[in-house]
Design a protein around this ligand. Structure first.
Ligand code: KIV
Length: 275
């Protein structure tokens, strides 16, 4: 059955944890959907894990629409959430609504996600009022990496923790259906999860959140540029892929691939007529 924002809300109310994973293409989305993951996030993390940028800042609306449309074609049951890229919603409320609309209309997303709390509450309100579900994202918001001075845990001081609580309440009041809490202390994430009536989805925020999200390349050990503390490898596919590529290279060079069973036949008479 298709997961919707209503499913998220009833899972929070029933105390059932929500699973979310990133995906950026049709085949991966199909596999995650088949596994029963509740939601697929087309994250702007695609800038790093798919496109090789050092951060998410260069990701464009066109990148997000292109990848969201591919994921939407593969996700039959998972709720597809598309990230709004850097500077696609900050400059004005009108721009935020137009770009959120493009992700729904051209990308066929089921919801959009944007980073920030109090400072983007009016954008969240306007997008929601346009009939587009919004997932917010606070804590370590990667689009603000330059303002943070690096990818660092957030909310450790009393003032920073209070401002995250204020952000979470403002997001909920503005109409968001969920909020991602990234890289904040587990006790703070648990407290925010208790205070909110909407679900929290944690990444590096402990088990007290209402759900969890991971970048799929991280959880499968497919991305080796860096490994945050919160990542668990559920499979070691990176080394398995390197070994398969080596085997292919060796078999091509040895002439043992392709074998008979990978080859199409033709009648000898047809070939003979060619000379
Ligand atoms: O872009 C992304 O993948 C994200 C997750 C890390 C939450 O925002």
């Amino acid at each position: 059955m298709k997961n919707t924002v209503a499913t998220f809300q009833s899972m929070k109310e029933a105390g059932t944890k929500i699973s979310m994973l990133t995906a950026y293409d049709y085949s991966t989305a199909k596999l995650e959907d088949e596994a029963g993951v509740n939601s697929i996030l087309v994250g702007d993390s695609l800038g790093q894990v798919m496109l090789g940028y050092e951060d998410t800042l260069s990701v464009t609306m066109e990148d997000m629409i292109h990848h969201t449309a591919a994921v939407a074609r593969g996700a039959k049951n998972a709720l597809v959430v598309a990230d709004m890229p850097f500077m696609s919603y900050e400059p004005s409320i009108e721009m935020a609504v137009i770009n959120a609309g493009r992700l729904m209309k051209e990308g066929r997303a089921n919801a959009v996600k944007l980073e920030g709390g109090v400072r983007v509450a009016e954008q969240i309100r306007a997008i929601t009022q346009a009939g587009i579900p919004v997932c917010a994202h606070i804590g370590l918001t990667p689009q603000s990496v330059n303002a943070f001075g690096g990818f660092k845990v957030q909310g450790k001081s009393a003032a920073a923790a209070q401002s995250l609580v204020d952000d979470a309440l403002a997001i909920q009041e503005a109409g968001a259906f969920a909020v991602v809490l990234e890289c904040i202390p587990a006790k703070l994430a648990a407290l925010i999860s208790e205070k909110l009536t909407i679900p929290t989805i944690g990444i590096g925020a402990g088990a007290g959140c209402d759900g969890q999200v991971l970048v799929y390349q991280d959880m499968l050990a497919l991305f080796s540029d860096f490994k945050p503390k919160f990542v668990k490898h559920f499979a070691n596919l990176g080394p398995a892929m390197v070994q398969a590529f080596k085997d292919y290279d060796a078999e091509v060079k040895a002439g043992s691939f392709p074998a008979q069973e990978h080859t199409y036949k033709i009648d000898d008479e047809v070939i003979d007529k060619l000379y």
